[in-house]
Ligand binder design. Structure first.
Ligand code: GRF
Length: 216
């Protein structure tokens, strides 16, 4: 059984969807052992508590990046975490942290990377006028929103979309591809070869890959 530590800053809907997929048995080989937030009022902390998962707020105030990251790493080691799952964690991680958990940190970004890195990815997509956007699950490396891509979802961008509408459409697909990525990782179906992910998707329903024009 792989032990997951989830880092959040807010709502926690991706964390919740991963949890539900563990509870339903879709993800069989993993458990969430701790949820850590850098914000005391993160809604995801409540979701963790309601589900009897340890929920920890770690205050970053007055600390430089590496000092804070050492505190998080220490907490995750305390829980013997195998994978660190970033789910709306709104901080850039230091090289120290990334090396501590090399190839064991995963992130989800609400755009088709390498397009639209950084904040407000959905707004960037609308401003650019792209016709499709989506979400990307990837391993975390030293470069922001970079690293081997595990899985992507695609949704259309409509001309009259607001940022909220596009975000909502993308989010629905995030809730599918993040659990699926974790399922594949924890069933040892994912390898990194020459900096790229090679995955064994045998037996996985096509629905996960074929995104219909309405966005789901
Ligand atoms: C998601 O859009 C995710 O792609 C981005 O931050 C948001 C987190 O949402 N990294 P939630 O907290 O999981 O609801």
């Amino acid at each position: 059984m792989y032990r997951l530590g989830v880092l959040i800053s807010g709502r926690g809907s991706n964390f919740h969807s991963i949890l539900k997929n563990i509870q339903s048995g879709f993800i069989k080989n993993a458990e969430i052992v701790v949820v850590v937030s850098d914000k005391s009022n993160a809604k995801g902390l409540e979701i963790a508590k309601e589900n009897n998962i340890d929920a920890v707020f770690l205050d970053s105030q007055g600390m430089d990046r590496e000092t804070y990251d050492k505190i998080i790493a220490e907490k995750l080691r305390e829980y013997n975490v195998d994978y660190v799952v970033l789910a709306g964690f709104m901080r850039i991680l230091s090289s120290y942290f990334i090396n501590e958990f090399k190839n064991r940190i995963i992130n989800i970004h609400p755009a088709l990377l390498p397009s639209f890195k950084g904040l407000h990815a959905q707004r960037q997509a609308i401003e650019k006028g792209v016709k499709f956007s989506g979400a990307t699950v990837h391993f975390v490396t030293d470069e922001l929103d970079d690293g081997p891509i595990i899985m992507q979802s695609v949704v259309p961008v409509f001309e009259d979309d607001t940022e909220e509408e596009l975000s909502e459409r993308i989010l629905k697909t995030e809730h599918k591809i993040y659990p699926l990525s974790i399922k594949l990782i924890t069933e040892n179906r994912i390898k990194i070869v020459n900096g790229k992910v090679v995955s064994n998707i045998k037996g996985i329903d096509d629905d996960f890959y074929i995104i219909n024009p309405k966005g789901i």
